[in-house]
Structure formats: structure tokens, C-alpha cells
Design a binder for this molecule. Structure first.
Ligand SMILES: [Zn+2]
Length: 402
């Protein structure tokens, strides 16, 4: 909450790139009239609200309610203002104190009261909290919009084309026809992306999707050391399609991340070996522990992603793509993590896991020899190539995605 009539507000206002104004959106009810109401913000720092209103009796109370997203708890901002027949109120909220995610739809409403007991609550105004540190160029085709900042036109065209192909593939796989608008924010590089995606809780990400708002943020980089957009784009798009296919209901994280990874065109080649190694060492994570969250340790997190991808592929191979749709339908109907598996596949999550382990053992029976060979080759590469380590290590880096 902030109640400052900030002296530095003028500087902030000149910095702000977006100004939204709704004049007279709320007609007078019982005499109180909003003459002007606006919001502007400095991305990642502060959101400012101004209001001018008038009434036939002096306005004595004013309060702003802010929602970081639809359905969120309201944040109250109490402005300083001079009570009177006409008032000008100003309120500022520090972004650091809000559960505000980039590119989300945020909203606000004013509540005013005058001396004669009249009361006005304005209709909520919703605005897109974009990263306004950059000027975004818009490229669109059908319902896909790419907003790019500092990215070569050729790359933008490539991203748009890849998004069209992925959209078609996802719709076909998941049987989703109505997806609505998809907004892809394409940053120049990982550095600018990460600086924009510092999320509440200090989480650092190399790609981001907000399925509820149909928004994706990725970096246009393709070089080593980053995931590259060719892998990140279909992955993040899958999260949006899965959200729609399950009618916005929560689905298990192992299904969400595992499925998203099956869409990646250049699968991480180290994942399967990592799962096999964990199987051999008796270190596999139980899927019942991967329903709502993944472990935070680097290796366990990587294993959680690798296992999830492996299980989803197993379900598809063993039970068919129809089983994935049944799972999503079960979760759309409110099933629990275990209940969804039971109703879609007719077996418990534990039994599914047992079947998957058996399958892995069968597959890795011959593969453990191959793994040994691979490990020897890796050792050889490490000893002979001083630069080799960085490259091999990049496959095991911490992946933080949604
Ligand atoms: Zn993900």
C-alpha cells in the first residue's frame, strides 16, 4: 500500500511508456461523476493511478482497489487528496509488493463517497501489464501475434512460421479447436528476457508462458548456452494448449512438463541416459511427488523433467494419444492427480509407474552396455578436449520453465 503524493512522480510519469486513460467510464450514480481516470507504470517498479471526480456534495472518501490478475485478492491503495466538490486523487503501488506477473491482465476500480452519503464504485478497468521498457513491433498471422523487440525480421518471420506449424500440430494432437489469441513476446536475448521475467519470489526463467492470458515470452537467441527459441516456443505453446484442453483445470506437473517436452524439436539427448542412470541407482522420483511441484535441487529438478518426458512418451506409446486426451478430460472434470490416471487409464498412478519402470528396464537392458560405451566416449572427449566440458555440461544445466 502506498499513499504518497510522490515528489518524484513527474520523473516517473515521463519515464512511463504506457498511458491508459478512461474518461467518464463510470457515469454518475447518485451524483458522483468520474471525469478522468488513468493508470501508467514503469515496468518492474511502480504503477500509478490518477483520478478526477466531482459530486454535488463534497467527496470525502476515495480508495483504489487493484487486482494483480482476475480472481486475485484486491490490493488497497489509499490516496491522499483534498476533499471537495471536485477532487484529484493520486495513488502509487510498488510492483515489488504485488503478485504481478509480466504481461498479465491487471485491473483496478475506485470507490468514492461524498458527504451526503452517496457512494460510487467504478467498473473494473483491465489493462495488460506489458514490459514497456521496449518498443514492441507487431507481426501477426491468424490468431498468433509476435511482439518483437530488437529482433531481426527474418527471425521474427521464422518464429511466426514455427508458431503456426506448432499450433496446428497441438490442435490436432489434443483436439483443441478454439484457442483464442496467442501473444508471443520475443526478446532480443536471454539477458533482456530474464530482466523482464523476474517473477514474484525472485524466480529466474529462460522462457515463460501464462496460459490463462495466452501469453508467451521467449528469447530470440539460438546459440549454445541457451535453450533457443526453437525448443522453447513449442514447449511453452504446449502449456497453453494443455491449459485449454483441460478447460483451465490444474493438471499434474509431470503431465504438463512431460507433454511440453515431447513437442521440442531437438530433444535434450542427455535426458534418457539420466533417467536410466537413476533407475540403475534406485534414485527415480515417485510420480506422486511430481503432481504439483518439482524438487528444487539442480539434479533432482533435471531428473523430474526427464522422468516426466519419459512417462508421457510411455503413456502415448502404450495407451495411445487418445489416453492423453482422456487424462486431460478427467482433469478438466476435476479429478485429482491419481484419480485422473485411474479414470483415464483404469489403473492407479503407482501401477502406471510400475509399468513404466518395467518398460525402462527392458529398454535399458541393452542400453546399459551402450551407456557404458557412451560414458567412455565422454571420458575420452573430456580428457582430449579442454573445451568439451562446457558443451557437455550444458545438457545438465538447471532448466527453469513453466
Ligand atoms: Zn514447461
Amino acid at each position: 500500500m502506498s499513499t504518497r503524493f510522490a515528489g518524484g512522480a513527474a520523473a516517473l510519469i515521463t519515464l512511463a511508456a504506457v498511458l491508459m486513460s478512461s474518461v467518464g467510464t463510470s457515469a454518475a450514480q447518485d451524483g458522483i461523476t468520474v471525469q478522468d481516470s488513468s493508470v501508467n507504470y514503469v515496468f518492474g517498479r511502480q504503477i500509478e493511478f490518477t483520478l478526477t471526480a466531482a459530486s454535488s456534495a463534497p467527496i470525502t472518501s476515495a480508495m483504489l482497489i487493484f487486482w494483480a490478475r482476475r480472481g486475485a485478492d484486491g490490493e488497497i491503495c489509499e490516496p491522499e487528496f483534498e476533499p471537495g466538490y471536485e477532487i484529484r486523487a493520486y495513488c502509487a503501488l510498488d510492483v515489488a509488493g504485488l503478485e504481478l506477473t509480466p504481461f498479465t491482465l491487471a485491473g483496478y476500480s475506485w470507490e468514492l463517497g461524498d458527504l451526503s452519503g452517496r457512494h460510487l464504485e467504478t467498473e473494473p478497468v483491465w489493462f495488460r501489464y506489458k514490459d514497456n521498457r521496449f518498443v514492441w513491433e507487431l507481426y501477426e498471422r491468424d490468431s498468433i501475434r509476435v511482439h518483437a523487440a530488437g529482433v531481426a525480421r527474418e527471425t521474427i518471420e521464422d518464429v511466426l512460421a514455427a508458431a503456426m506449424v506448432t499450433a496446428e500440430e497441438l490442435s490436432r494432437q489434443l483436439g483443441v479447436t478454439e484457442i483464442g489469441l496467442l501473444d508471443i513476446y520475443l526478446y532480443e536475448n536471454l539477458f533482456t528476457l530474464r530482466s523482464g521475467l523476474e517473477l514474484p519470489g525472485g524466480e529466474l526463467m529462460d522462457a515463460y508462458s501464462d496460459p490463462e492470458n495466452g501469453v508467451i515470452a521467449i528469447s530470440a537467441e539460438e546459440g549454445p548456452g541457451s535453450d533457443g527459441w526453437r525448443r522453447a516456443l513449442p514447449h511453452e505453446m504446449a502449456h497453453i494448449w494443455l491449459y485449454r484442453a483441460s478447460s483451465g483445470a490444474g493438471i499434474p506437473l509431470w503431465l504438463n512438463e512431460g507433454y511440453a517436452m515431447t513437442l521440442e524439436p531437438e530433444p535434450d539427448p542427455y535426458m534418457d541416459a539420466f533417467v536410466e542412470e537413476a533407475l540403475g541407482n534406485g534414485e527415480l522420483l515417485p510420480f506422486s511427488s511430481l503432481c504439483v511441484g518439482f524438487p528444487s535441487g539442480r539434479d533432482e529438478l533435471y531428473l523430474a523433467y526427464a522422468q516426466s518426458r519419459s512417462l508421457v512418451r510411455y503413456i502415448r506409446d502404450r495407451y495411445g494419444q487418445e489416453a492423453i486426451r482422456s487424462l486431460l478430460a478427467a482433469y478438466a472434470g476435476g479429478a485429482t492427480c491419481e484419480g485422473g490416471v485411474q479414470s483415464a487409464l483404469g489403473l492407479s498412478l503407482d501401477d502406471l509407474e510400475r509399468g513404466w519402470r518395467l518398460h525402462l528396464q527392458k529398454v535399458s537392458g541393452g542400453a546399459s552396455d551402450r551407456l557404458q560405451v557412451v560414458l567412455w566416449l565422454v571420458l575420452l572427449a573430456l580428457t582430449s578436449l579442454a573445451m568439451g566440458y562446457g558443451f557437455l555440461y550444458s545438457g545438465f544445466r538447471k532448466r527453469v520453465r513453466r
